[in-house]
Design a protein around this ligand. Structure first.
Ligand SMILES: NC(=O)c1ccc[n+]([C@@H]2O[C@H](COP(=O)([O-])OP(=O)(O)OC[C@H]3O[C@@H](n4cnc5c(N)ncnc54)[C@H](O)[C@@H]3O)[C@@H](O)[C@H]2O)c1
Length: 322
């Protein structure tokens, strides 16, 4: 099957590409490399370096590739940038999505998977929220995700495109960009490996549902394999909450083990505490029971295992660089 992954050179998109290849599919990637990297893609995977906001360029790719299925991971992912520059956010996250949806319909794509976000849709939740939880996004980034899902429903009704929104929890793992504002696991690991103290915002009692990137990539594949009719939305998370203090302790342990195995000695400085970040949710947890019931997907990688694998990847990267 020919699958087109937008954002394929990015963090989650590149893992989706890996899963597609492992399942024996042909895959091509679209990415403007604004944050993605060519080296995230396995050799031999065609990459079309295209800005999804450029409708003509998107159409040309679809005319050449005519993908049966599209996995749309492209986004401007910074919530704070979306607050500062809502039009820029909408250019990629709304207009870019529409360009890809239009091209999909025009060139005969059968099904479309969209990367949405549970946290920004549901807001503060102290028990795992299911898909019926009311959506009330507050940031332009969240508004664009909700708008995206509503456009998907329009494309289902109007054109019969099969559309699925996957509402991710907090995704972490190898290849995550440590220079962004999100991705606390990557940010902490990068700092620890440079001998700098990880900075915990506020009291560190902010609870998140951390899901390993390979599990998320597998969730995308299970949608492609079990495609149904109409519009569907699924949460992709673990339902388990971890606060930032616990996460930092888990990471310290995971990285310590990895470094010991590599025979390295590195003093990991104690965490520092900074001011709370305005607007941060206190708690965000997703109930992914619907994915389990309908598609047989469950997260497999425990947090301890995922942190160990992520720490090993970041430590290996430092070794290559240094
Ligand atoms: N990482 C998370 O925890 C998380 C949580 C919820 C939802 N999501 C969603 O998952 C998707 C993937 O996120 P990620 O964490 O892998 O981020 P990422 O930044 O690594 O991936 C996004 C990719 O899109 C590309 N891109 C950005 N603007 C583009 C444009 N105009 N045209 C073409 N390519 C463009 C970037 O170069 C990058 O490779 C996004 O839609 C994001 O909103 C991520």
């Amino acid at each position: 099957m020919q699958i087109l992954v937008t954002g394929g050179a990015g963090f989650i998109g590149s893992h989706v590409v890996d899963e597609c290849l492992a399942a024996g599919h042909e895959v091509v990637a679209v990415d403007d490399l604004s944050s993605g990297k060519r080296e995230n893609l396995p050799p031999g995977v065609p990459l079309y370096q295209v800005d999804v906001a450029d409708a003509d360029a998107v159409r040309q790719v679809f005319e050449l590739v005519r993908p049966e299925q599209v996995v749309h991971q492209v986004a401007q992912i910074s919530v704070s940038r979306s607050v500062r520059e809502p039009a820029f956010d909408a250019r990629t996250n709304v207009l870019g999505l529409l360009n890809v949806l239009e091209a999909a319909v025009r060139y005969g794509t059968r099904s479309f998977v969209f990367a949405s976000s549970g946290g920004v849709l549901y807001g503060d939740v102290y028990e795992p929220a299911d898909e019926e939880h009311p959506a009330a996004p507050v940031s332009p980034y969240g508004i664009a995700k909700l708008t995206g899902e509503m456009y998907l429903q329009f494309f289902v009704r109007e054109y019969g495109l099969r559309c699925t929104a996957l509402r991710y929890a907090n995704v972490y793992g190898p290849r995550q960009d440590p220079h962004g504002e999100a991705g606390v696991v990557a940010i902490f690991l990068q700092r620890m490996l440079h001998g700098e103290a990880p900075v915990i915002n506020g009291d560190g009692k902010y609870i998140r549902d951390y899901v390993f990137v390979e599990d998320v990539a597998r969730a995308n594949l299970s949608v492609l394999a079990g495609e149904g009719e109409g519009f569907r939305a699924y949460n992709v998370g673990t339902g388990r909450g971890t606060d930032v203090n616990e996460l930092e302790a888990g990471l310290r342990q995971a990285l310590g083990e990895v470094l010991r195995q590599q025979g390295k000695k590195l003093e990991l400085p104690a965490a520092a505490y900074g001011p709370p970040r305005p607007g941060d949710l206190r708690s965000s947890l997703l109930d992914a029971g619907k994915m389990a019931r309908e598609l047989g997907w469950r997260s497999r990688v425990t947090l301890a295992e995922g942190l160990r694998r992520t720490a090993a990847w970041f430590a290996g990267r430092e070794e290559d660089a240094g």
